[in-house]
Each structure stands twice: as C-alpha cells, then as structure tokens.
Ligand binder design. Structure first.
Ligand code: FAD
Length: 506
C-alpha cells in the first residue's frame, strides 16, 4: 500500500503564471487531476483583462465589459459545471456613426437558419448602407473559404493588411468604412491598415460568418470578476489548487538537463515539474527582458517583434434615466483609428437595474491618443460622443465616473506577426504557453480562445507528466456543408498547383 508521504512525493508540481482565462483554465483542470498547482498572478485580483473590482464608493467597475458569443462552447460548459448562472439572455445590438443609427442586429438564432452567410446578410437591418455596397462583399467569400485556419493559410494571408485584402477583393469604400473596419476595431482592436488579413479572416469567420447564430452574444449580469472568477477561484481552492496574487514572476531556473525546475518571483522560488505561462504579450515581453534563461532562446527574444494595443474603459453614472434602445452598441467614424462601444448597464447588470439614473460602460479600442488625457478631460469627451448617438445624453449630468487606462493591454495582430507567435509547446520540454495570442488550431478567439489554450496547456502537462485525464475540449461547430465543399475543392486545386514552380509571392 502507498503511504500518504509517498503519494505527496509523487504528486507533480505545476506552476501557472497569470490568472486570466488561460491561467485559471489550466489551473482548474490540473488541480482536478490531483496536481499540486500554484497559480501566480502579478495583480491584486484574478481575472487578468477581465478583472473587476469596487470603487471607493462601493460601485462595481471592471477593465472593460466582456461579451460571450454564441460559439463560446467551452466557457458555457465550464459555467454549467460550476453551477453558475451569470449571463443575461442573448441581446440585440446596434451600430452608430456620427450620422446616427446605422445598423441593428437581431437575435439570429431566433430566425429561420439559412446557409451562411445568407442569414447575416438578410436579417441584419442596415439603415443607411446601400445594397450595392453590401453586395460588393460577395467576392470576399473566396478568401473566407480559402482561409481555413491552417498554418499554411495563416502564412498566406498574414503578411497582407486587412485593408489590402478587402481592397483586392473589390469591397466598396463605404462597406469597408461602415462595416468591416468597425468590426476590426472592435474585434482586433486596430484599424484595417494595421491588422493582419489572416487575423481578420479568422476573427470574422468565428464571430460572424461560420454560422448564422455566431454573432449572438450574452453578457454577465455583473462584473465577470464577481459572477464567474470569484466562485471559480473558490472551486479551484476547494479541489486543491493555490491562487496567489501580487506575485510577479521574473525568471525561471533550469536543472542540469536543461528542463525548467523552478519559477522565480521576487524573493520566492516555486519548484515545478512543469510550468505554464498564461500572460499577455506585454507581460511576456517584460518577463523575457528580465530573464537570462528565456533571453537565451530565440523564440522568446522574437517576442520583442510583437505589439500590443491601448484600451480605455470608462463607466459613467448619469443623474437621470435615458432610454438606450439596445443594451450593446458599437460606434465608428468618430475617429479614424479608434473604435468604441457603449453598454446600458441598467439593462445588463443586476446591481444597476433599479438605479435612479443611467449607468453606461463606454470602452475605446486602439485608444492611444486618449490615454494621456486626465479623467476630467476624458469624461466630457465620452459624454459628447454618447450625445451624438443618443441626444438625451447631452442634458444629463455625470454624477460619478470611473476611467481605467489599459496601456498595451491587448494583442496587436499586426501584419507579419504570425511568425513570432508561440505555440503551446516551447523548446523547453516542460514549459508550455497559453493565452489568447498564442498559435493553436481550435479556431476560437478572445476569452474562449484564452480558456481553450489553458486547457490545451494542461493537456500538454498531462501528456508529459502522465498523471490524470486530459480535459475534453469542445471543438468549434463544424463548417457548414457548402463551406466544407468549397474548402475541399480549393485544397485540391492548391494541391495540384504544388506541381508548379514556387515562383510567386504567397
Ligand atoms: C476592454 C476590453 C474588452 C474586451 N472585450 C471582450 C469581449 O467582449 N469578449 C471577449 O471574448 N474578449 C474580450 N476582450 C479580450 C479578452 O479580455 C481577452 O481575450 C482575455 O481576457 C485574455 O485572457 P488571457 O488569460 O489570455 O490573458 P490576460 O487576461 O491578459 O491574463 C494575463 C494575466 O497575467 C498576469 N501577468 C502578467 N505578467 C505577469 C507576471 N510577470 N507574473 C505573474 N502574472 C503576470 C496579468 O496580470 C494578467 O492577470 C476584451 C479585452 C479588453 C481589454
């Protein structure tokens, strides 16, 4: 019989760095499999980019509001497993420009399902965009079929900007300006001339084009921090995982065989049989800069070629009730390179449902030029933009506000960046990567991708340390038959063309 001491001696130690979706996902699964897991987080709260906290007045705020789209199967399954009910029903959304209301989207799953992309095309209500402009998107369907999220497809499209792609496929100037670019600013946090065409195709396919209901979205009925992360961390601790905040990891140590043996965090050293990094691009760059171990490897030095984008998250409390037609709204055309969204928190968050005034979250993406402004300068600008969309905001008084600056917070999927992104397995046999920016083949994006990469990293640990059962990762819904057919034919043509000399630029 095995003694408790033997068992403890055999329990494998895993250190996970970064407590966002990726790190918590990896930690939870490994803790359930009996690993001795320690999660080290630099910040004061778990949640990463999705963390939430309270103002001194006791009001909930967070680092930008986060939607959960229809295809977030793994997150929805986690929430069910945890027995949580954090989400609103699916919501409708609108798009505004300085000219007023531009687009209204229905709840697509409530409408008869049509082969993609017909439903998106027919059911979306465009108030101003002429049909001829919408039809100019048709040739782009070739690129959508051609981009199958494979390594070859990423290499084909990554060196081209999204703007060039849309131009080459004959998309009209107005459709690009009023539809595609706003989607890029909100989905990839950067304007089309700064986005990789591969990332644009992958993101648009996942959120909009793959299946009619994919654009449907739910929100948390409070901060994600309170509604999901708090109970999730409690569960992680109950199954034996340890979550330590205010622990900024600075380096790794190696054993005589060149494997990672410990994680260095200030004065503390955490021994490990395997390590998972689950930090964003900027965080990873800082770790590499300070780590002689990582600096020694080219794959980590190459991370210096990646970029990140500034985001500004504001929350405004107004003195009166203002009717906001839809709870979630995206805006474009206010600034050439910044997109923004606003959300009716009286409609979305339980805490603000009975508030006497209006509470709105207003988030700006690619907000570089806004970050240097003081709160006193930011708030009137936000109110002015809101009033352009919904005039009643002009006469309301701001009674409280929160401005959160997130410099270099989200990954910049810039043209040419794919070659520098890391896969889950690094050149250190027991060091694994996760996070919404790494290379994987699942096909998801943002929070769902981060969570999935955390599970994938946990599975790589299980492969290596041979303890426990791998996480079951739900795949994205399969391509619709006509897309599958188009992709098969296209691949055959590509295979035949391989016989020709490799002469042209990909
Ligand atoms: C304003 C805004 C709105 C967004 N909206 C949406 C949305 O609507 N839907 C959606 O799906 N996604 C959205 N996203 C993207 C989403 O937030 C990310 O995809 C996701 O949170 C990434 O999770 P992650 O675990 O990969 O990394 P992160 O959440 O970045 O977590 C990384 C963690 O690592 C920690 N860390 C960094 N360095 C160290 C170190 N040296 N030592 C220890 N810890 C360290 C950080 O503090 C952080 O907690 C939005 C992002 C922003 C900023």
């Amino acid at each position: 019989m095995q003694s408790a001491t033997d068992e403890r001696a055999q329990t494998r130690r895993v250190v996970v760095v970064g407590a966002g979706w990726a790190g918590l996902g990896a930690t939870y699964h490994l803790a359930k499999q009996g690993y001795d897991v320690t999660l080290l987080e630099a910040g004061s709260y778990p949640g990463g980019l999705v963390a939430g906290w309270k103002t001194t007045a006791g009001r909930s705020i967070e680092a930008g509001i986060h939607g959960f789209w229809y295809p977030y199967r793994n997150i929805f399954s986690l929430v069910q497993e945890l027995g949580l009910h954090p989400f609103t029903p699916f919501t409708r959304s609108s798009q505004y420009s300085p000219a007023g209301l531009e687009v209204e989207s229905p709840i697509f799953q409530d409408l008869p399902r049509l082969p993609t992309p017909l439903g998106t095309f027919l059911y979306t209500r465009f108030h101003r965009l002429p049909l001829i402009d919408r039809l100019s998107a048709l040739p782009l369907l070739y690129a959508v079929a051609d981009f199958d999220n494979s390594d070859a497809a990423w290499r084909r499209y990554d060196s081209v900007t999204a703007r060039e792609l849309f131009k080459d496929f004959g998309v009209s100037a107005r459709l690009y300006r009023d539809s595609f670019e706003p989607m890029l600013l909100v989905g990839l946090f950067a304007p089309g001339e700064q986005c990789s065409a591969a990332a644009a195709l992958g993101m648009l396919y996942y959120f909009i084009l793959a299946h009619q209901p994919n654009f449907d979205v739910v929100w948390c009925r409070g901060t994600v921090g309170e509604q999901i992360f708090l109970p999730w961390v409690e569960r992680i601790e109950r199954v034996g995982g340890q979550v330590l905040t205010q622990r900024r990891v600075s380096d790794l140590t190696l054993d005589s065989t060149g494997q990672v043996s410990a994680v260095v965090c200030g004065d503390e050293v955490f021994q490990a049989d395997a390590v998972i990094f689950a930090v964003g691009v900027s965080g990873m760059q800082k770790i590499v800069l300070g780590s002689p171990t990582l600096r020694d490897r080219q794959e980590f030095r190459n991370l210096a070629n990646l970029g990140a984008v500034d985001v500004l998250a504001t929350r405004l409390w107004f003195d009166r009730k203002i009717t906001i037609p839809q709870p979630s709204n995206a805006c474009f055309g206010f600034n050439a390179t910044t997109g923004w969204t606003f959300f009716d928190l009286n409609a979305l968050h339980d805490e603000y449902r009975n508030e006497p005034g209006t509470v709105v979250e207003v988030d700006f993406y690619h907000a570089n030029q806004l970050l240097p402004l003081s709160d006193e300068q930011v708030v009137p600008l936000v109110q002015q933009d809101l009033a352009t969309c919904i005039p009643a905001f002009r006469h309301a008084k701001v009674v409280d506000s929160s401005v959160i600056r997130l410099p270099r917070a989200v990954t910049h999927f810039a043209p040419g960046s794919y070659q520098y992104l890391l896969p889950g397995q690094t050149s250190f046999e027991n060091l694994f990567m996760s996070g919404d920016w790494i290379v994987n083949r699942h096909g998801s994006w943002s929070q769902e991708k981060a969570f999935v990469t955390g599970l994938e990293a946990a599975n790589l640990v299980i492969d290596r340390l041979k303890q426990g059962v791998k996480a079951h990762i739900l795949p994205v819904e399969a391509d619709e038959p006509h897309i599958r057919f188009a992709r098969t034919i296209n691949q055959q043509v590509r295979d035949w063309s391989k016989a020709l000399p490799d002469f042209w630029l990909p």
